[in-house]
Design a protein around this ligand. Structure first.
Ligand SMILES: Nc1ncnc2c1ncn2[C@@H]1O[C@H](COP(=O)(O)OP(=O)(O)O)[C@@H](O)[C@H]1O
Ligand SMILES: [Mg+2]
Length: 261
């Protein structure tokens, strides 16, 4: 049996009277590439925050509500090296005069940029070089984040997220703010990572982000799992119309899916 990376057993999150997540039960295996889709407010980011321990669920009935690699107790610092996280929100923190290489290196310290007390080793520099090359962003190493395009900066954040060789890359709406060409380039980077054996867990409401290596789709609606299964079965016009509560048509072309309103 393949190791479970993430297990949710009846995970529930309440914000005041709002059930942001309502008894979520599902397992994501190591190496699996999964898309999590759903309308605004359906609980996607909350689910991600349970993984990163930015939020804690209500106690489940019996079993532990969230397990990571089979364990329920995790040191937050250790978790950071297990998962690489990229979100459009994260990018806001990097609107400062930081060059690309330092953005990547700061991933080793979980910081936004480097500070005098950070000891950057030769090994860390080598890893940064490796990632610049792997993602074809060498030309951005000395460029300021503030002078990069949104797509370039987003790819820099992927490199930062990969410094620790995480088991999974978790992306929350990563193509927000990217034009179609930049989004495709970004997705090409994700495909390379997914092809290298890491799990990619992609939260999106932009269908063309769901690249061919993603085999499974989890749909969230009103904090519940609306559907969870193989991509081809999940991404139908019927299910997406119901999910987004608006009649839509799904078109599949060259392994990518598109939504027509
Ligand atoms: N910190 C918070 N305080 C109160 N309510 C929140 C908080 N974060 C999220 N919510 C609510 O929880 C629900 C799910 O939010 P979220 O997980 O961010 O949805 P999504 O990422 O799918 O758009 C929404 O109703 C949202 O308003
Ligand atoms: Mg969100």
């Amino acid at each position: 049996m393949i190791d479970p990376l993430l297990e949710f057993h009846g995970a529930t999150v309440l914000f005041g009277g709002v059930r942001a997540l309502d008894s979520i039960t599902t397992t994501i295996r190591a190496g699996e590439n999964v898309a999590i889709i759903g309308p605004n407010g359906s609980g996607k980011s909350t689910l991600i925050k349970l993984i990163t321990r930015e939020l804690y669920p209500l106690a489940g009935n019996g079993d532990t509500p969230v397990k990571i690699l089979g364990e329920s107790a995790w040191d937050v610092f250790k978790l950071r090296s297990l998962f690489g996280i990229v979100s459009a929100d994260l990018q806001d923190f990097f609107r400062r005069p930081l060059i690309g290489r330092d953005v990547i290196l700061s991933g080793f310290f979980g910081s936004v940029g480097l500070y005098p007390h950070h000891e950057v080793t030769g090994q860390m520099q080598l890893r940064a070089d490796e990632l610049l090359q792997f993602l074809s962003i060498e030309h951005l190493a000395s460029k300021y984040m503030t002078e990069m395009s949104t797509g370039e900066a987003r790819r820099m954040l992927i490199a930062r997220a990969l410094v620790h060789e995480p088991k999974a890359l978790i992306l929350d709406e990563p193509s927000n703010g990217l034009d179609p060409r930049a989004a495709r380039k970004f997705v090409d980077s994700l495909r390379k990572i997914a092809g290298g054996g890491k799990s990619v867990i992609l939260v999106t409401h932009h269908l063309p982000d769901i690249f061919p290596e993603i085999s499974r789709v989890i749909m969230l609606k009103d904090g519940r799992i609306f559907a969870d299964g193989p991509k081809q079965e999940a991404l139908t016009s019927e299910s997406l119309s119901e999910l987004f509560a608006i009649p839509v048509t799904v078109i599949q072309r060259n392994g990518y899916y598109h939504l027509m309103a």
